[in-house]
Design a protein around this ligand. Structure first.
Ligand code: PEP
Ligand code: MG
Length: 585
């Protein structure tokens, strides 16, 4: 039966394919598809792990002290029985066979299915047996981790005409997990939770594939392998579409491919407005190799390298200086002389580190207002110095800039600049090269920073406005919370006036300023930002050409009056009229 779900559009385009439901537990293990000829070997891996756990349980039983309570032995027996139970074993094997999941994925998927059954049980004793199954699965996963994997990551290369492409459907996906999908051939994303500028949405956008988030109940209502359409322009998900709907969307999909192809023609033309104002378009990247995509899309540099993604998926430790240095150097070399703005680690809020868990961090009363970004770095000076040295060392190989997130206070700026000096001194002492003139800039993403921007203009070489957080903190709307997503409004008069003020003050002081939040890559506000005086944009490479198209059609002189009207408008109707006029000139 066909039905439609509504969510928040976060990444444009249309995807048509089969739903791949990812259970929360499955996110903690690798998930990849195996080749048909690897199925036998994968099932064998499972049996070997099963045997190993049997042996472990037998050893435990034998080691039980004579005076151990009798329940201990009974528990071990229950676990042995679960380990042989068809509901766990046979169903897992079936998932490996029919869906070609690697065994860890199949096992956690089956655990999720069983858990749901248990949650429905009235009898408390039986309901609690769920924990036993979880413990057994955990043992098997550990045994599997010790055994080499027979399967390699398989890029799914199904032909699109059979609608065999994979679309991930999940309750929620952490940014770090989303990052793992970069290497896999998923064609779309749907999640129950999330907001327009949550970091998960940002990474989905960077993958350039259609995505809708905040599609409540999607992971419950959509079944494994359902045929679905994701309309990333409108946030709509159509499940089991009627043939005529499918045809319409296939047509729209091909139209979009044509549009994209047409945009490619703009790639080599200079970026300037009709009246000759030069505009600089840079790219936001998450991983060093994204720099390649940035160059291919025609970016003049990297305006934001979100280095925290290098730090994620490191279970027990942060990357060493050498590893970081290599990563920054790689991005710098790929950009081939163009500037690379490396933002120091911005963890916290919706981007926790694995190594942060367990130290009380996750229970912070309000992580978005807590020890995030530079606040965290200043509280971990050793970690911060390691990163600063790595960035400075990489600066010897091209044009690097250092960007600091979430600054608000003068003493934070001063402390940060002192640490950068100290990192330079350490490199001098060790005789290691770096660019002594490396520029240091600040993100303007806290309202206090925008209002007190003069503190920043005096101390820093450049500014970059992070509209994602500026909106979140100005409006007190958690950017990752779909319950308040309708109130997350980039065009709120307070937000627009803060952006306008920052741009004006920076211009007056002669300090370069860019915008690297998601607004920079939204072609519907390009005219407005140009009219406010913005000349440097940084966005995901996938957005560069569509924004450039808007710039090439813009006449700044004609924007003056409507933009002044936009800034003066406080009533929604007035604002809508002023914005409408701006689109027409
Ligand atoms: C922002 O806040 O606008 C920004 C660019 O940084 P991030 O999205 O990583 O918080
Ligand atoms: Mg930010």
């Amino acid at each position: 039966m066909s039905f439609t779900l509504h969510g928040i559009p976060v990444s444009r385009g249309i995807a048509i394919g089969r739903a791949y439901l990812i259970a929360p537990a499955a996110l903690d293990v690798d998930h990849y598809l195996i080749e048909p000829d690897q199925i036998g070997a994968e099932i064998e891996r499972f049996h070997v792990a099963q045997e190993r756990v049997h042996a472990e349980l037998d050893a435990l039983r034998e080691d039980l002290a004579a005076d151990a309570p009798s329940e201990m032995g009974a528990f071990i027996n229950v676990h042995s029985m679960i380990l042989n139970d068809a509901m766990l074993v046979q169903e897992t094997i079936d998932l490996v066979r029919t869906r070609r999941y690697n065994v860890e994925w199949a096992l956690t998927e089956q655990l999720e299915i069983l858990s749901r059954h248990f949650d429905d049980i009235e009898d408390e004793y039986l309901r609690e047996r769920k924990a036993d199954i979880e413990q057994v699965v955990e043992r098997v996963l550990k045994a599997l981790a010790g055994a080499p994997s027979t399967a390699s990551l398989v890029a799914h290369n199904a032909a699109s005409n059979g609608h065999n492409e994979m679309i991930v459907v999940a309750h929620d996906i952490a940014p770090a997990d989303m990052l793992q999908f970069k290497t896999q051939a998923f064609k779309g994303f749907v999640t129950d939770l999330g907001g327009r500028t949550s970091h998960t949405a940002i990474v989905a956008r960077s993958l350039g594939i259609p995505a809708s988030v905040g599609v409540q109940q999607a992971s419950v209502l959509i079944r494994q392998n359902d045929l679905i359409i994701v309309d990333g322009d409108h946030g709509i998900v159509i499940v089991d579409p009627a043939p005529i709907v499918l045809e319409e969307y296939s047509y729209r999909q091909s139209e979009k491919v044509l549009e994209q192809r047409k945009l490619q023609r703009l790639k080599f033309s200079p970026t300037q407005t009709l009246d000759g104002t030069k505009i600089e378009l840079c790219a936001n990247i998450e991983l060093p190799d994204d720099a390649q995509t940035a160059v291919e899309a025609g970016a003049m540099g990297v305006g934001l390298f979100r280095t925290e993604f290098l730090f994620m998926n490191h279970k027990d430790r942060l990357p060493e200086e050498e590893e970081q240095f290599e990563a920054y150097k790689r991005a710098i070399e790929l950009m081939n002389g163009r500037p690379v703005t490396i933002r120091t680690i911005d963890v916290g809020a919706d981007k926790p580190l694995d190594s942060m868990s367990g130290d009380g961090y996750e229970t912070a009363p309000n992580p978005a207002l807590g020890l995030r970004a530079i606040r965290w770095s200043l509280s971990e000076p050793q970690m911060f110095m390691t990163q600063l040295r790595a960035i400075l060392r990489a600066s010897a190989f091209g044009q690097a800039k250092i960007l600091i997130p979430m600054l608000a206070h003068a003493q934070e700026i001063d402390q940060t600049l002192d640490l950068i000096q100290e990192a330079k001194r350490q490199l001098d002492d060790a005789g290691i090269a770096y660019d002594p003139n490396v520029q240091v800039g600040a993100m303007i993403e806290i309202p206090a920073a925008a209002i007190a921007v003069r503190l920043f203009l005096k101390r820093l070489d450049f500014l970059s406005i992070g509209t994602n957080d500026l909106i979140q903190y100005t409006l007190a709307i958690d950017r990752a919370d779909n319950a308040v997503a309708h109130l997350y409004d980039p065009l709120h008069p307070a937000v627009l006036n803060l952006i306008a003020f920052t741009l004006r003050e920076a211009k007056r002081a002669g300090v370069p300023v860019s915008i690297c939040g998601e607004m920079a890559g939204d072609p519907t506000v390009t005219r407005l930002l140009l009219g406010l005086g913005l000349t440097e944009f940084s966005m995901h490479p996938s957005q560069l050409l569509v924004v450039k198209q808007e710039i090439l059609r813009s006449n700044l002189k004609a924007f003056e009056k409507p933009v002044a009207d936009v800034l003066a408008a406080y009533e929604p109707a007035e604002l809508a009229t002023a914005l409408g006029a701006l689109q027409k000139v």
